[in-house]
Design a protein around this ligand. Structure first.
Ligand code: NAP
Length: 252
């Protein structure tokens, strides 16, 4: 059974691997046997330790995704270490909160650049490489409940996460015939830095908790099995889909 999810000999690139969901997903891939390349704007010694504890290799790439740039060179850097990534997890993301009437262009641009633009162009670079070499690839995008719902006070985040789901489908359609799958995970309300302001607000925190059928906030570890499923070698016929991991939020 474990062999179905065995990633031994594979390399996975995880963006935003320093904290929260990305750190948990990097460790999951390591647990399944993959070498991991962690990308973030800051060094990530804790992620390195967690990955290496599973007996696989870790390489860190420090890169500000808001700045864009040459993603083919970034992948070549990863490839120089362990061989080109077979799995790309587009997890890095930020959120900016303000009332609609006060929302700034800077908060629009920063969120769209990191959450959506870098996701597309990094995926494009990976797809070009996989197609050129004729190998299989896996892309897993981290979407959101706000890929389906409007949210409040987060216009650029909602636009970006609706875009992530749309691009997941578009990329899946174009790449399915080339042995590349593209899927998404939509986390519910997860305890990370991203949601710290919500949890610090007792009214908002209670409103959210009361609406979650599971009766608790999610933890980064709750997302591990969804990633294993989508990254698994045997999941080659699963593409263009999104797996919500939300304690039942969307079912309500
Ligand atoms: P988080 O702890 O704040 O993680 C965000 C990660 O993104 C950080 O590791 C950060 O790394 C990286 N990042 C941010 N700006 C970057 C930049 N300019 N360049 C490179 N990396 C950058 O929050 P999280 O909740 O784990 O978020 C991970 C993903 O899950 C995001 O896409 C988020 O939208 C999504 N999500 C979260 C929730 C939730 O409830 N927490 C729900 C739905 C979706 P550095 O600090 O190294 O830059």
């Amino acid at each position: 059974m474990a062999g179905l999810f065995d990633l031994t000999g594979k390399t996975a690139l995880v963006t935003g691997a320093r904290t929260g969901i990305g750190a948990a997903l990097a460790e999951t891939l390591a647990q399944a046997g993959a070498d991991v390349v962690g990308l973030g704007s800051r060094t990530m010694p804790e992620t390195r330790a967690a990955v290496e504890a599973h007996g696989v290799r870790f390489h860190e790439i420090i890169r500000d995704l808001e700045a864009g740039g040459d993603f083919a060179a970034l992948l070549a850097d990863a490839a120089d270490r362990f061989g080109a990534p077979d799995i790309l997890v587009n997890n890095a993301g930020i959120i900016r909160r303000a009332d609609l009437v006060d929302f700034t262009e800077a908060d629009w641009d920063a969120v769209m650049a990191i959450n959506l633009k870098s996701l597309f162009f990094l995926s494009q670079a990976a797809a070009r490489d996989w197609i050129a070499r004729g190998v299989e690839g896996r892309i897993v995008n981290i979407a959101s409940l706000l890929s389906f719902q409007g949210g409040i006070r987060v216009p650029s985040y909602t636009a970006s996460k609706h875009g992530v789901l749309g691009l997941t489908r578009l990329m899946a359609n174009e790449l399915a015939g080339k042995r590349i799958t593209v899927n998404a995970i939509a986390p519910g309300y997860i305890e990370t830095d991203n949601t710290a302001p919500l949890r610090a607000d007792p009214v908002r925190s209670r409103q959210i908790l009361d609406r979650i059928p599971a009766g608790r906030w999610g933890l980064p570890d709750d997302l591990k099995t969804a990633l294993l499923f989508l990254a698994a070698p045997g999941s080659s016929y699963v593409t263009g889909t999104v797996v919500p991991v939300d304690g039942g939020w969307l079912a309500r």
